[in-house]
Design a protein around this ligand. Sequence first.
Ligand SMILES: C[S@@+](CC[C@H](N)C(=O)[O-])C[C@H]1O[C@@H](n2cnc3c(N)ncnc32)[C@H](O)[C@@H]1O
Length: 142
Amino acid sequence: MAFAQSLPENGKVITIEKFKNFADIARRNFKRNKLDEKIDLLEGDAFEILGKLKGREQFDFIFIDGNKEKYRHYMEVSIPLLSPGGIIAVDDCFFHGDALNVSPITEKGKGSKEALNFSATLSGWIRIALPISNGILLLTRE
Ligand SMILES: C[S@@+](CC[C@H](N)C(=O)[O-])C[C@H]1O[C@@H](n2cnc3c(N)ncnc32)[C@H](O)[C@@H]1O
């Protein structure tokens, strides 16, 4: 909703939620806050839906924040969806510091570490991991 509130008149947020109960709550909140016209919620698994958007949509800003075990895959499928000059933000990239362990203890920490390592292999990209809260990894093409 914060993203939707900052958009210009013709801007749109597309968000993905796998679980129906959360999707219903989110849709209710969008309506209550008069943002339902600005936000499209696509219900289903993010990896599948992102794959289907390829070649059909381009996004100026892609915010990845859920199912950290699959972060690397989400980053890979997001890259072709990013418009020139666009930014990918990966939330909680340090996952309580676990992603910085040589061998992360949690699966989420492992997923976040894989995302950080993957970002380091991307040539032609500018990337920065901001030490805010659990960390936010920002990526944009050079
Ligand atoms: C950390 S929350 C996102 C919070 C949101 N960014 C916000 O600030 O309000 C992660 C969300 O991703 C959803 N989720 C988990 N696995 C998913 C998947 N495979 N595909 C789509 N959504 C998923 C969870 O149900 C949860 O609602």
